[in-house]
Design a protein around this ligand. Sequence first.
Ligand SMILES: [Zn+2]
Length: 143
Amino acid sequence: MRLHIGGHYWKYSEPRRISWDGEEIDGLCIEAPYREIRVIRRLKGQRKAEVQLHELCHAAHFSASEVWVTTFAGSATALCYLAGAGLAKHREQPSGADTIRRVLFHTLRISRTDLDNDQLLQDWADDLTRALGRLGWRHLAKK
Ligand SMILES: [Zn+2]
C-alpha cells in the first residue's frame, strides 16, 4: 500500500518479521534505498495502532527525537481510543476521521508549543488522519 505523508509517498507493508541490527523489532521507517514503513503483521488492536502512528510520525519528521515520537504516539493513540476511534477490525465501520483529526491536532498542539502555528499543526493532523484512515482506523463500535 502507498501512503502519502509529509509530501512524499511511502511504501507500507506488514511483514512477518522485521530485523534491524540483529534485533527483532515491531516497526521500522526508512528513507533509503526508498521510503518505506513496515509494521509487524502479528500485532493487534491498540498496540498495532500505536506502532503505526509511531512510524508515521518518523515519516512526517515531526521530531528527530525517538523519545518524543514514542511518547507522542503512545499518548495520541491512547486518547484516540478513549475518544472512540482506532484501528478497526472491519473497514466498513464508520469513519472516525473527525475524532482522530481533533485528537491529533490537540496532542500535537500541547507537545509542540514551540511552533505556535495552529494552521501548520492542523495540516499535520489532516495528513496523519488520511494515512491512518487508509490503514483502517475508524470509529470503534462500543463494547
Ligand atoms: Zn521510532
